[in-house]
Structures are given as structure tokens and as C-alpha cells.
Design a protein around this ligand. Structure first.
Ligand SMILES: Cc1cc2nc3c(=O)[nH]c(=O)nc-3n(C[C@H](O)[C@H](O)[C@H](O)COP(=O)(O)OP(=O)(O)OC[C@H]3O[C@@H](n4cnc5c(N)ncnc54)[C@H](O)[C@@H]3O)c2cc1C
Length: 416
């Protein structure tokens, strides 16, 4: 099946859906309120990481995170205010912190992550997108050896279940692998399975591919409603008029709750604000991607630049860039490198991660309209999982068998 389809939202998820639908013969219009790749898919850390199968909601997460809420300038922050959806979100998150939920979620995320990485490699090769994609692995670095031990059981569990895990690297070998790191660090877990790319480059490349393949790209076009009757959507209402279509994909990331009501869905998605700084002044900090687990900071090397990203702030749709949050990134990273990390405001960026309590996105038909697909809520791993999501959305709309089982991603599932 094919026809006219409107994709709302031009982040990695929506742009991947548009691409996959265009490949299948759909006449695609991609609408974005700002610009393609201008949301959370722009300045993130670019990890394409099958290693990230563990959800944030796990037994012990709340006890470990609660002290951070009360610490000044901590990587995790909640802005105190009356926000009922956020209270409900935290309550659902609390319910998801069980072993049974972790066990089920890991399997679902594994499928989504594996599909995402495989699809990146195919699309980049087929379309010739230069996004600095490389499989150099990812180092999860600990300041001390005792912290390194914590991951031993988790590593065994994922290796037994999925057939891949990490190699343990001692402090001395780590220093030889990454000579810019300070001496005396505890060591690292090295995930050879992980790759990385430069997200802004990938998004620019994919936008050009979409135009080449005949997709109509309308930027600066905000959708305010989805209209229809008798269980079928007939089109979208934008700020500048109505557009008709046979099918619609809603891929609006952290903004999705705004449109959810008109498609009959209640989606527990809240914005989880994160920051990054990109240093392009020649300071070559790292040879390969690395995460400083104890300070929750991620570092990604690009061609002639390096990006440092982190922080999780539940502050609603607050769009200010705070100097103290940026300083937290560079000061935390400086604890691990021999040279202090210097950043300017020029390379500063923030994005709203579309956070879902159980860590799984919604990939499903809308309750009110059978011809509307929702693809939103990719939380902390949307850059990795966007291409796999796009593939499955296009397969479902086109009546093909999906590349992985979409059942764990259904709308209305129980959280916890
Ligand atoms: C600091 C940081 C680091 C991260 N690092 C990684 C990483 O290394 N690896 C990884 O996998 N993930 C990472 N993430 C998470 C990842 O960035 C997100 O999960 C992903 O970008 C979400 O993609 P999306 O397409 O759903 O949303 P977005 O990219 O935000 O796109 C949504 C789009 O919808 C548009 N829109 C919204 N409402 C409307 C409307 N009504 N009408 C029209 N358009 C609309 C917006 O303008 C926007 O362009 C990171 C996030 C942060 C903040």
C-alpha cells in the first residue's frame, strides 16, 4: 500500500520515517515547526550504541539519583514547580524500577538498537552520507577500580542474553589507549560493538537525500491539529492552512503531548533537558568516544572537533542555556583529562530528550485514527534507534512484515 503521507516532525525519527516511506513509493511531505534536524537530533553525542540495553528505570536508580536532586549543580536536576504530568511521570518511573520490567525492556531495546545500527550502515552506504560514521567502540571509564566492579554482573547478563558485552580494561592499558587521560584512573569497560557519528552532519545529509528523492520538505510549519472522521484521519491543520493525506506519522519528539489529545492517545512523554558543548579549536581530547560514568558526562571525537554532553534536567519546556550547566560539563570532563577543558558559549547547545518512564518509545497506530502512526518517546537513545523506527513505521503503514516485533512499543501499555 502507498499514497500521500504527511510526516510531522523532522528529527532523526521523523526524517527516517520520511526516507523509508519515500523508498516504498509513498508521496511524502515532511513538516517541521522549525527545521529538519533542529530539535534534539542536532547537538547530541551521536552514539549509535547497542550497548545501551539497560533502561534508566531499574531497582536502585531512585536511591542512587535522589541525593543528586538536592546537590547544587548536579548532572540530574528537577525544577520545583506544580507540574501534574511530571508528578505522574515520576510515579510511573518509580513503578518501572523492577527486575521484571528491566528484563522485558532490555529485549525490546536490543531489537530496536540492533535494527538502528544495521539501518545506519545500509543508508550511509547506499546514499553516500558523510556523517563521520565510525565503529571505534565506546569506553565507559571509572575513576577507581571499585566502581569498575559494579558493571561485572550486568556485563555477564547482557553477554549471556545477547551474545555481546564489554572488555574490561585496566588503568594502565587505558592510559596507553587514550594518552590525554589523567594517570591513575581505575580503568574502563570497552564496548567494541558501539559506533558513533556526527548527528548534525547526518541530519543535513539525510535532508539532502530526502529532497533528492522527491520528498516535499516544509520547514517553519507547525501542525496544530490532526483531523478526521469515522476512525480515519483526513489531514493536518497547520498554522498556515489545511493539508490532506492518506496517512500521517507523528514524530514530534518531546513536543508529542501537544498533539496526542487530537489522536486519542495519552502519552507519558516529558522533556529531559540535556546540554552539549562542541569544541572546534583543535583541542584533541579523545581518540574514541568515552563516558565518565561517575560524573555522567559523554565525550565524542569528531573530525577537528570534540563534543561533551550530559545533564538531565526536568524543567518543563525551558529554553534557556544556563552557564552553570555548561560549566558542569567542562569541569567534570577536566577531572579526567590531563589538560583542562575549555569551552566557549559558541558551541553550546541544549535539547529536550523525549523521556518515557519505561525507556521505550511509542511505535503504534493512534487509538482514534488507524491511518496515523505515532513514533515518539525515544528518550536517551533516539539517535541510535531512529533509523530502525523509521523502517518499522514504513513497513507497518505499507502492509509489510516489520523488521522487529513492535508489540513492546504499543500505546496504552502498562508502565510498571
Ligand atoms: C545531551 C544529549 C545527548 C544525547 N546523546 C545521544 C546519543 O549519543 N545517542 C543517542 O542515541 N541519543 C542521544 N540523545 C537522545 C536523542 O538526541 C533523542 O532521543 C532524539 O534526538 C529524539 O529524536 P526525535 O526525532 O524524536 O526528536 P527531535 O529531534 O526533537 O525532533 C522533533 C521535531 O519535531 C518538530 N515538531 C515538534 N512539534 C511540532 C509540530 N506541532 N509541528 C511540526 N513539527 C513539530 C520539532 O521542531 C523537531 O524538529 C541525546 C540527547 C541529549 C539532550
Amino acid at each position: 500500500m502507498s499514497g500521500v503521507v504527511i510526516v510531522v516532525g523532522g528529527g532523526i525519527v521523523g526524517a527516517s520515517c520520511a526516507y523509508e516511506l519515500a523508498l516504498r513509493g509513498w508521496r511524502v511531505t515532511l513538516l517541521d515547526a522549525s527545521r529538519v534536524g533542529g530539535g534534539c537530533s542536532q547537538g547530541n553525542c551521536g552514539y549509535v550504541c547497542p550497548s545501551h540495553v539497560y533502561p534508566l528505570a531499574r531497582p536502585g536508580t531512585i536511591a542512587a539519583t535522589l541525593p543528586l536532586v538536592f546537590r547544587r549543580n548536579s548532572p540530574f536536576a528537577v525544577r520545583a514547580r506544580l507540574d501534574l504530568p511530571l508528578f505522574a511521570w515520576f510515579d510511573a518511573f518509580r513503578r518501572c524500577c523492577t527486575e521484571a520490567q528491566v528484563e522485558a525492556t532490555m529485549g525490546a531495546l536490543h531489537d530496536l538498537l540492533a535494527a538502528g545500527k544495521a539501518r545506519y550502515e545500509e543508508v550511509i552506504r547506499a546514499e553516500g552520507i558523510d556523517a563521520e560514521y565510525e565503529q571505534q567502540g565506546c569506553l565507559f571509564i571509572s575513576k577507581d577500580e571499585a566502581h569498575l566492579d559494579h558493571f561485572e554482573a550486568d556485563n555477564r547478563r547482557m553477554t549471556e542474553r545477547f551474545g555481546y558485552g564489554a572488555r574490561r580494561i585496566d588503568g594502565k592499558s587505558l592510559a596507553a589507549m587514550e594518552p590525554t587521560l589523567r594517570d591513575g584512573l581505575g580503568g574502563a569497560w570497552m564496548f567494541d560493538c558501539d559506533a558513533h557519528l556526527r548527528p548534525d552532519r547526518y541530519m543535513a545529509g539525510l535532508r539532502a537525500v530526502l529532497l533528492r528523492r522527491g520528498v516535499r520538505v516544509c520547514e517553519g510549519t507547525r501542525v496544530v491539529a490532526i483531523e478526521g472522521e469515522h476512525g480515519r484521519a483526513t489531514g493536518v491543520l497547520t498554522e498556515s492552512g489545511r493539508m490532506e493525506s492518506d496517512a500521517i506519522v507523528v514524530a514530534t519528539g518531546a513536543w508529542t503531548p501537544e498533539l496526542a489529545r487530537c489522536i486519542g492517545a495519552r502519552l507519558p512523554i516529558v522533556p529531559g533537558k540535556g546540554y552539549s558543548v562542541t569544541l572546534s579549536g583543535g583541542q584533541q581530547l579523545a581518540r574514541r568516544p568515552m563516558v565518565f560514568e561517575q560524573h555522567r558526562v559523554a565525550v565524542t571525537p569528531f573530525r577537528g572537533a570534540v563534543r561533551i554532553g550530559s545533564t538531565m534536567e526536568f524543567a518543563g519546556y525551558d529554553a534557556t542555556i544556563r552557564d552553570e550547566r555548561l560549566r558542569l560539563l567542562t569541569e567534570s570532563a577536566s577531572l579526567y583529562f590531563k589538560e583542562p577543558v575549555r569551552a566557549t558559549r559558541e558551541g553550546a547547545w541544549f535539547g529536550w530528550r523525549p523521556m518515557v518512564p519505561d525507556g521505550k518509545p511509542f511505535i503504534d497506530r493512534a487509538p482514534r485514527f488507524r491511518n496515523v502512526m505515532v513514533a515518539a518517546g525515544h528518550s536517551m537513545i533516539g539517535m541510535s534507534t531512529g533509523p530502525g523506527t523509521g523502517q518499522v513505521v514504513a513497513q507497518l503503514l505499507s502492509g509489510e512484515a516489520p523488521a522487529f516485533d513492535p508489540a513492546p512499543f504499543r500505546i496504552g501499555r502498562r508502565m510498571g
